[in-house]
Design a protein. Structure first.
Length: 399
């Protein structure tokens, strides 16, 4: 415990040490589902996230007079898997300098490349002051324990300027995003494309109808444990197809945990059924907060052309338009997304290095890399198959 004007700090090695009511109070109503106590608890309870899997929870809480006022969700990592930000160049640099790259401190929602990481604060607290205080505590912990770096990944745009004031170094990476403009339905969505790509998308969707597959959507009460376990089987089999690159991090127990009412109210399942055979052929799973939609997992029994596009892009966008969703993040990877309504966007990660030479080298390199990435994103967006120019499609400063 570290006193500071009636403020004390404590590291927690499990979210179960922190009452759900206290955690969610600090997060407030606007936090995305991936940082809610229920989501992170499900990861721990299912042993998807645990010391044995290389993810040691290490959450930093600040208290004033024993009442929590701030929290930094953190993990001690012994590898770089499940982050989806590829820091192998940093690991190689550390090796060339005879430094131990692992363990490292990570701030993110495990296994979820979802923009939104930040420190969370009680209402009316001085976020700049508490951010600086928590950074100092993190620095002290890292240095005392021989940790080379702390890395905050997929940082919330509103918190990023505060963290950068606390001397974090910014590294930009690329992601995909669909942002609703004035579309009311899928036909409106199609009108945004040039004629050639509009025909391609119509043809791709028609090809799925010709197979006789029925596409359905499940939300809320209609999501049963049986459906979630079926989704797990699709997820498991899909990961197995990629061998050691399959990224199978979640256990079956995690999908069982999602069956609780509060958790499944944030889940959307898209299913392709062969009605003649009474068989589910493929599924995809998304997460929503009622404003945004995130694509997470998918799998299929058969290799059916365009079915991945239907279940992971078109059907979710169709549903999002019906439900008034404002944006859709389809998940990591896949340049084919940019031909189907998604745009490229930069997202930020913030880093602190505790070895002077490594810190100096990376801080000198990052601005040049970031500038090149922004030019790449601009070039990609200017080449998208839309009727309007990229500048006409910018919404809310997201691009």
């Amino acid at each position: 415990m570290i006193p500071n004007n009636n403020i004390t700090a404590k590291w927690h090695q499990s979210i179960e040490e922190i009452p759900k009511s206290k955690w969610d109070y600090l997060l407030g109503n606007n936090a995305i589902p991936f940082y809610k106590w229920n989501w992170l608890s499900a990861l721990e309870k299912s042993q998807s996230i645990c010391p044995q899997s290389g993810w040691q929870p290490l959450h930093l809480l600040l208290f004033r007079n024993k009442e929590p006022i701030a929290i930094a969700p953190m993990y001690l990592k012994s590898h770089s898997y499940g982050e989806f930000i590829f820091d192998q160049p940093f690991a190689r640099l550390a090796a060339s300098l005879n430094l131990n790259y692992y363990p490292k401190l990570i701030g993110m929602s495990p296994l979820s490349p979802i923009e939104g990481y930040r420190f969370f604060f009680a209402p009316n607290e001085d976020e700049k002051h508490l951010t600086k205080l928590m950074m100092d505590l993190i620095d002290k912990f890292a240095i005392n324990n021989g940790i080379l770096s702390v890395n905050f990944l997929y940082v919330d745009q509103n918190w990023s300027p505060i963290a950068k004031e606390a001397k974090c170094s910014e590294w930009l990476n690329k992601k995909s995003i669909w942002i609703r403009k004035n579309e009311k339905n899928f036909s409106d969505y199609l009108q945004g494309f040039n004629a050639n790509q509009r025909r391609n998308i119509i043809r791709e969707r028609k090809s799925i109808k010709k197979t006789g597959l029925n596409i359905s959507v499940s939300t809320g009460e209609s999501i049963t444990e049986e459906k979630l376990l079926l989704m797990y089987n699709f997820y498991k089999d899909h990961c197995a197809k990629w061998g050691i690159w399959g990224s199978k991090y979640l256990s079956q127990s995690f999908f069982k945990e999602l069956a609780s009412l509060e958790r499944k109210n944030q889940i959307v399942l898209f299913t392709a059924n062969n009605t003649e055979k009474h068989q589910t052929v493929a599924m995809s799973m998304c997460v929503t907060d009622g404003i945004r939609l995130w694509g997470r997992y998918w799998g299929s029994l058969e290799e059916i052309k365009y079915l991945h596009f239907e279940l992971c892009y078109y059907a979710p966008i169709d549903w999002a338009l019906q439900e008034g969703i404002k944006s859709f993040d389809p998940g990591a990877g896949g340049n084919h997304k940019y031909r189907r309504g998604f745009m490229a966007k930069s997202h930020s990660s913030l880093h602190r290095w505790y070895e002077p030479q490594m810190d100096k080298l990376i801080r000198a390199w990052m601005p040049r890399f970031n500038e090149t990435l922004i030019k790449e994103i601009d070039a990609m967006n200017n080449d998208l198959p839309f009727e309007a120019k990229t500048s006409d499609l910018e919404v809310g400063g997201l691009i």
